[in-house]
Design a protein around this ligand. Structure first.
Ligand code: CTP
Length: 403
C-alpha cells in the first residue's frame, strides 16, 4: 500500500466540503496510513467526530484538553508524530489564521508545531477564493514551504459556478502518494544551482544588470533540498530567500565571481542547474570613484565579453554529471534552445519564451518547454514551485513527461 505506515494528520475546518473529508479519511486509511483527525470547532458543525473516529479508529482531537478528565492534548507531540499534515477543507478563515499565526484552536496550534510537510486544500465560494486577501494568504503559506492543492472550478454550495471546489479526495490522495514516492529521491545527490542576475560594476554606485528576480532558481533549490539533496545555491543580488535552512547560499555579484564559485563546487556535484541570468558583457574598466556628471565628456562604456559559465562547466563535465541550462528567448525559440543545448554540452535545457504572458522575469508563474537529448515537453502555465517539481522530475528520470 502506497502510504503504508505513514502518520498523517487530517485537519478539517468548518466548510460544506467537510463531507468530502470522510472519503479522504477512508482513502488514506485504505492506503495504509495511520490518520489522526484534528477538527476545528466549526468543523464539528458540518461533520460529526463519531464518524471520523470510527473510520480513523482514534479519538478525534478538537479541544486543547478533554473537559471531564482534564486530559491535555499536546499539539507539539502531534506535530512531531506526523509524516505530513493535510488540511482539507481549509477555509478562508483558517488559511488567514495559519498565514498569520493566530493560534486560537487546536488545528492552528498543530499546524504551527508541525515539523512535517503540510498540504492545504482550500474550499470556499468563488469570490472569497478570488479575494486578494485570500490569495495573498495562500501565497504567504506557499512561501513558508506549504503545498497548496488548488481548488477546482465547478458547481459550488452557494449555487454559483467558479473556482473554489475542494479538490476531489482521490486527487488529494494522488498528490500525497506522489509526494511520498518521490520523497527523498535526491538523497545523497550534490546539486549546484545558479540564480538571479549578475551585476557588472561601472563605478562604485552603478552597474549593468537585468530584471531577474531569482524566484525560479530559489524554487529549484527548495525543491531539490526537500527531496534530500545537498544544495549549493550561487546567487546574484535578489530579494527572495530560500525556505529550507539546509541550503548553502553563496552570494556573489559579478559573472566572474559566479564562475569562480561554480568552478569550486561543480567537480563534486552530481547535478548543476544554471538558472542565473548572467550578464553577457561587463565594463572593460570599473572606475574607482563615482563618474561625475559635470566637467566631463559623455562617457563611453567599453564592454568585454563575460565568461559563459554553463559552457565552461559543459566542457569540464564528466559522464556521471547532469548539466541543466535555461534559455530565455524572444524569437525562433525551439531552434535557439536546441542550439544552446548542443553548444554548451548540456543534458537538458528549459526554455522560457518571452512571448508567453506569465512567464519570464519577476513573475510567480512560468511556462516552460523542457528539452532533453531525446525528449521535448511543453508544459502549461504553472507556479514556479510546480515548474521546479517538473524540472526536478525530468532531471531524475532523465526525460520529461507531459502532464
Ligand atoms: N549562461 C551562463 N553564463 C553566461 C550566459 C549564460 O552560464 N555568461 C547560462 C544561463 O544561466 C542559461 C544558459 O546559459 O542556463 C543560456 O542563457 P541565455 O542568456 O539564454 O544564453 P546566452 O548564451 O547568453 O545567449 P543569448 O543571450 O545570445 O541568447
Amino acid at each position: 500500500m502506497s502510504l503504508q505506515g505513514k502518520h498523517i494528520i487530517l485537519g478539517i475546518c468548518g466548510g460544506i466540503a467537510a463531507y468530502k473529508s470522510v472519503s479522504l479519511l477512508r482513502l488514506l486509511v485504505k492506503a495504509g496510513a495511520e490518520v489522526q483527525v484534528v477538527i476545528t470547532p466549526a468543523g464539528k458543525e458540518f461533520i460529526t467526530p463519531v464518524t471520523l473516529s470510527a473510520l480513523s479508529q482514534k479519538p478525534v482531537v478538537s479541544e486543547f484538553f478533554t473537559a471531564n478528565t482534564g486530559e491535555w492534548h499536546s499539539h507539539v507531540d502531534l506535530g512531531l508524530w506526523a509524516d505530513c499534515m493535510v488540511i482539507a477543507p481549509a477555509t478562508a478563515s483558517s488559511i488567514g489564521k495559519m498565514a498569520h499565526g493566530i493560534a486560537d484552536n487546536m488545528l492552528i496550534t498543530t499546524y504551527l508545531s508541525a515539523k512535517s510537510p503540510v498540504f492545504i486544500a482550500p474550499a470556499m465560494d468563488l469570490d472569497m477564493m478570488a479575494h486578494p486577501s485570500t490569495q495573498a494568504n495562500l501565497r504567504l503559506l506557499e512561501s513558508y514551504g506549504n503545498h497548496i492543492i488548488e481548488p477546482e472550478t465547478g458547481y459550488l454550495a452557494s449555487g454559483l459556478t467558479g473556482k473554489g471546489r475542494m479538490e476531489e479526495p482521490e486527487k488529494i490522495l494522488e498528490v500525497l502518494e506522489k509526494f511520498f514516492s518521490v520523497g527523498k529521491s535526491m538523497e545523497e545527490k550534490k546539486v549546484l544551482i545558479t540564480a538571479g542576475p549578475t551585476y557588472e560594476k561601472i563605478d562604485p554606485v552603478r552597474f549593468i544588470g537585468n530584471y531577474s528576480s531569482g524566484k525560479m532558481g530559489y524554487a529549484l533549490a527548495d525543491e531539490c533540498a526537500s527531496r534530500g539533496a545537498d544544495v549549493t545555491l550561487v546567487s546574484g543580488p535578489v530579494s527572495v530567500s530560500v525556505s529550507n535552512p539546509s541550503i548553502k547560499v553563496v552570494k556573489i555579484e559579478s559573472a566572474k565571481e559566479m564562475l569562480a564559485e561554480c568552478e569550486k563546487v561543480f567537480p563534486t556535484s552530481d547535478v548543476a542547474i544554471m538558472c542565473a541570468a548572467v550578464a553577457d558583457y561587463a565594463p572593460a574598466h570599473t572606475a574607482d570613484s563615482k563618474i561625475k556628471r559635470e566637467h566631463q565628456e559623455i562617457p563611453v562604456i567599453e564592454l568585454v565579453k563575460n565568461p559563459d559559465i554553463a559552457a565552461t562547466l559543459g566542457a569540464m563535465k564528466k559522464s556521471s554529471q547532469t548539466l541543466v541550462g535555461f534559455a530565455l528567448e524572444t524569437d525562433h525559440e525551439f531552434e535557439n534552445a536546441v542550439e544552446k543545448l548542443n553548444r554548451k554540452n548540456l543534458d537538458m535545457i528549459v526554455l522560457n519564451s518571452m512571448r508567453d504572458s506569465g512567464a519570464g522575469f519577476g513573475t510567480d508563474t512560468n511556462k516552460v518547454t523542457i528539452f532533453t537529448r531525446d525528449s521535448r515537453c511543453e508544459y502549461p502555465l504553472k507556479s514556479k514551485k510546480d515548474v521546479a517539481k517538473d524540472i526536478v522530475d525530468a532531471i531524475i528520470s532523465k526525460k520529461c513527461e507531459q502532464r
